[in-house]
Design a protein around this ligand. Structure first.
Ligand code: MV4
Length: 673
C-alpha cells in the first residue's frame, strides 16, 4: 500500500479522498490554485503544493506541474478524482513515464471509451445490449436514412464525438430526416470538429440506470449494484439513488453481468460506471462507460457498506479486490442530493459569492455530507459551483426519503442563491415519493418544483411575510438598543430604529421586497405584550404577533401559531431559512421606495466574468418589461439581461465580442414614467 498519495483535484472529492487516505494511514498531498489558497482540501492534506493561477487551465489541468509536485513530495501515486484529468489518457501516460501510479484505469481503457461509436462497436462485440440503430463509419445520407426508416420514427441523431446530451437531435418523421441530419452535422462539426453521426431508435421517457463496476489488476471483476440517476436537468444529475426503484433480481443480475462484460471487453482496472438507458418495458441499452469514480458513488457506498476510494487505493497498489461478488449485498436505500450555488429562479444561473451563512444538518449514520467548503468561503467563477453532496440512508426508500426531506429542511446557506429549495420540492413531490422516475421528471413536474418564491402562496401572508417583518423589527430594536447604550440621551427619538411619533408608541411602516415582489407591513407595538409584541397589518389582514430573536434564530407567534426559522443578515439583505425554503428580502427605505442597497444597479451588472454575445435592443429604442436587452456568455452558458420595466437603453457600455468582468455595468437603462 502507498505511504503517500497526491490528489490532483479540489473541493469535496479531494476532501473525501483525503478522509479515506487518513483512515488508511496514508499521507496526503493536495494541490491548489490561487483561488484555493485557503480552501478546505489544502488545509486537510498533510502537505499542499501551489500549482498555478485560478483558472483550471492554469492549475488543475497543468499536468506537468502536478507530476512535478508528486516528485517533489515523494508521492507514489496520484488520485485524479473526477473531472479535470481523471479521464485524460495523456496524463495517465505521463504518470506511467514518471513511474508514478495513476489511481485509475489503463490508457487503453480510457481511450476505448473516448468515442461513442467506438465504444458501441466494442460493446456490441461483448454482447452488451445497444439501442437499436446504426453506428457505422459509412456516413452516406442514404445509408443513415435507410437505417432510420427501417427502425421507424422517432429516431435520435447523436454526434459520435458528443456526450452528455450534446449533439443530439430527435427526428419524428421521415420527411424531416434530411434537414435534421444536415443541421445535426453542422452543429456537431461546430462543437466537436467532427460530424460523424449515430442513428438510434428514440426511447421516449427512459430511465438512466448505471452499474458500478470494479476490476483489479488480476482479472477479477464485480459490480456493486445500480444507481438511478434519472433526476437530471439539462444532463446534469440532481438527485441520485441506490438501489433503483422497481429493480428485480433478474434485471439487476442481467445489467450487472452486462456491465462486467463491458469492463472486461476493455481490460478495465479500477472503479468504473456503465450507464444504461432502462426502457419502460424493462429492456436496457448501453449508453456510455465512465472511466472514473463518479460524483454519486456515495449512494453505492451507503447501501453496500464499502469504501470505494479504499478499493481504488488497494487495487492501484496491486492488491486483489477486497470482495467477491457473493460477499456483496444491498442493505437499505440511499439518496444523494447535489447542493449547488445556482439560482433556480433565474434559470439556474451559477452563483458566485461568499457563504456568509452555512448551517448544515447534523451528520450521523443516516446523514453524510461530502463538502469542500466552510462558512465564510467563497464560491468562485473558476470552478463548478458545487457546495456539497447531501447523502441520506435508511432501511428502505420511504424512510431514506424522509431523512433526505428533513436534512434539506435543516440545510441553510446564506450569501448566495442555492438549489436547496428546489431539491426540497423534488423530495416532497408526490410523483418522486411514488418513485415515478424518468429522465423527463423535472420538466414534467416543473410547476410543482418551481413554486418557491414566497408571497405566491396565500398562507405566506400569515406566516413567512409577518415573520420577515418581525425579524426586521427585532433586528432594528437590537440596533436601537445598542445605540441607546452608547448614547448620552438614551430616550432621544433619534435612537429609535422605527419611526417615532410624540405621545404614542412608535408606529412603523415597513416595505419589504424580494425578486419582483414587494409588500407593505404596518406594525404597531402592543404595550401589554410580554415579548416584543406587535399588531401587524398586511393588505387587509391584521394580526397579533410577537417574536424573540436570538443569535441566528427567530421564534414568532402569529395569531397563536408558533413558527421558527434560522435567520441571517448580510449587508442590506435579510434571510429567513424555513424548513421548506429560504426567503431572502430587502427592506426599502420608508417612503422613498429606493433600495437600501444598490440592488437596482445590480440588475445590469454582469453576473460573472464573460463575453458579450450580442446587443439585442437598440440604444434609444423603447422596450417593454422583460424584453431581452443584451446576451452574454459565461461559464459556457448564455445569460440574457432583460428590461426590469418599460423604458429604453440609453447606452451600451460593451460591444459584442468584448470581455467583461463580473459586476461590470453593462448598460444604462431609463425606465419609462
Ligand atoms: C437517448 C435517449 C433516448 N433514446 N438515446 C442523453 C445524454 C446521453 N447520456 C444519452 N442521452 C439520451 N439518449 C435514445 N436512443 C434519451 C437520452 C436522455 C437522457 C439520458 C440519460 C439521462 C438523462 C437524459 C436526458 C435527456 C435525454
Amino acid at each position: 500500500m502507498f505511504s503517500k498519495i497526491l490528489i490532483a483535484n479540489r473541493g469535496e472529492i479531494s476532501c473525501r479522498i483525503i478522509r479515506t487516505a487518513k483512515q488508511l494511514g496514508i499521507r496526503t498531498v493536495a494541490v491548489y490554485s490561487d483561488a484555493d489558497s485557503h480552501a478546505l482540501h489544502a488545509t486537510l492534506a498533510d502537505e499542499a503544493i501551489h500549482i498555478g493561477a485560478s483558472p483550471a487551465a492554469d492549475s488543475y489541468l497543468q499536468y506537468e506541474r502536478i507530476i512535478e509536485a508528486a516528485k517533489k513530495t515523494g508521492a507514489q501515486a496520484i488520485h485524479p478524482g473526477y473531472g479535470f484529468l481523471s479521464e485524460n489518457a495523456s496524463f495517465r501516460r505521463r504518470c506511467d513515464e514518471a513511474d508514478i501510479v495513476f489511481i485509475g484505469p489503463p490508457v487503453g481503457a480510457i481511450e476505448a471509451m473516448g468515442s461513442k461509436s467506438a465504444a458501441k462497436t466494442i460493446m456490441e462485440k461483448a454482447g452488451v445490449p445497444l439501442v437499436p440503430g446504426y453506428h457505422g463509419d459509412d456516413q452516406d445520407e442514404a445509408i443513415l436514412k435507410a437505417a432510420a426508416d427501417k427502425m421507424g420514427y422517432p429516431v435520435l441523431l447523436k454526434a459520435a464525438a458528443g456526450g452528455g446530451g450534446k449533439g443530439m437531435r430527435q427526428v419524428w418523421a421521415e420527411s424531416e430526416f434530411s434537414a435534421a441530419l444536415a443541421a445535426a452535422k453542422r452543429e456537431s462539426m461546430k462543437s466537436f470538429s467532427d460530424d460523424k453521426m449515430l442513428v438510434e431508435k428514440y426511447l421516449t421517457g427512459p430511465r438512466h440506470v448505471e452499474i458500478q463496476v470494479f476490476c483489479d489488476g488480476h482479472g477479477n471483476a464485480v459490480h456493486l449494484f445500480e444507481r438511478d440517476c434519472s433526476i437530471q436537468r439539462r444532463h446534469q444529475k440532481v438527485i441520485e439513488e441506490a438501489p433503483a426503484p422497481g429493480m428485480t433480481e433478474d434485471l439487476r443480475k442481467a445489467m450487472g453481468d452486462a456491465a462486467i462484460r463491458a469492463a472486461q471487453a476493455i481490460d478495465y482496472v479500477g472503479a468504473g460506471t456503465v450507464e444504461f438507458l432502462l426502457d419502460t418495458d424493462g429492456s436496457f441499452y448501453f449508453m456510455e462507460m465512465n472511466t472514473r469514480l463518479q460524483v454519486e458513488h456515495p449512494v453505492t457506498e451507503m447501501i453496500s457498506g464499502q469504501d470505494l476510494v479504499e478499493w481504488q487505493l488497494r487495487v492501484a497498489s496491486g492488491e486483489t479486490l477486497p470482495c467477491e461478488q457473493s460477499d456483496l449485498s444491498i442493505r437499505g436505500h440511499a439518496f444523494e442530493a447535489r447542493i449547488y450555488a445556482e439560482d433556480p429562479a433565474n434559470d439556474f444561473l451559477p452563483q458566485t459569492g461568499t457563504l456568509n451563512f452555512l448551517k448544515e444538518p447534523g451528520q450521523d449514520d443516516h446523514v453524510r455530507i461530502d463538502t469542500g467548503v466552510i462558512e465564510g468561503d467563497t464560491i468562485s467563477v473558476y470552478y463548478d459551483p458545487m457546495i456539497s453532496k447531501l447523502i441520506c440512508w435508511d432501511e428502505n426508500r420511504d424512510r431514506a426519503l424522509k431523512r433526505l426531506q428533513n436534512a434539506l429542511a435543516a440545510y441553510s446557506v446564506g450569501g448566495l442563491a442555492t438549489n436547496i429549495d428546489f431539491l426540497y420540492n423534488i423530495s416532497h413531490c408526490a410523483a418522486f415519493e411514488r418513485a415515478e422516475l424518468d429522465t423527463g421528471f423535472i420538466e414534467k413536474h416543473s410547476d410543482e418544483l418551481f413554486r418557491n418564491s414566497p408571497g405566491q402562496r396565500a398562507e405566506d401572508l400569515q406566516s413567512v411575510i409577518p415573520m420577515a417583518a418581525l425579524y426586521v423589527l427585532l433586528d432594528q430594536a437590537q440596533t436601537s438598543n445598542t445605540r441607546r447604550q452608547h448614547s448620552k440621551e438614551a430616550d432621544s427619538p433619534w435612537n429609535s430604529a422605527f419611526g417615532w411619533r410624540a405621545n404614542s408608541p412608535a408606529h412603523c411602516v415597513l416595505k419589504l421586497r424580494w425578486q419582483d415582489q414587494e409588500v407593505t407591513v404596518a406594525a404597531e407595538p402592543l404595550a401589554d405584550a410580554k415579548t416584543q409584541g406587535f399588531r401587524l397589518t398586511i393588505d387587509d389582514l391584521s394580526m397579533e404577533a410577537s417574536a424573540t430573536l436570538e443569535e441566528r434564530s427567530l421564534t414568532a407567534v402569529i395569531n397563536g401559531h408558533r413558527l421558527s426559522a434560522s435567520v441571517g443578515k448580510h449587508g442590506d439583505e435579510y434571510s429567513l431559512y424555513l424548513p421548506d425554503r429560504a426567503f431572502s428580502f430587502s427592506r426599502l427605505k420608508a417612503d422613498t421606495g429606493e433600495f437600501d442597497s444598490a440592488q437596482s444597479a445590480d440588475h445590469f451588472a454582469a453576473p460573472m466574468n464573460g463575453t458579450i454575445v450580442a446587443q439585442i435592443a437598440t440604444a434609444g429604442s423603447d422596450v417593454k418589461k422583460g424584453d431581452v436587452l443584451l446576451i452574454m456568455e459565461a461559464m459556457k452558458m448564455e445569460h440574457s439581461i432583460t428590461a426590469p420595466s418599460d423604458g429604453k437603453v440609453v447606452n451600451f457600455f460593451f460591444d459584442a465580442g468584448e470581455l467583461v468582468d463580473g459586476g461590470a455595468q453593462l448598460l444604462e437603462f431609463e425606465a419609462s414614467e
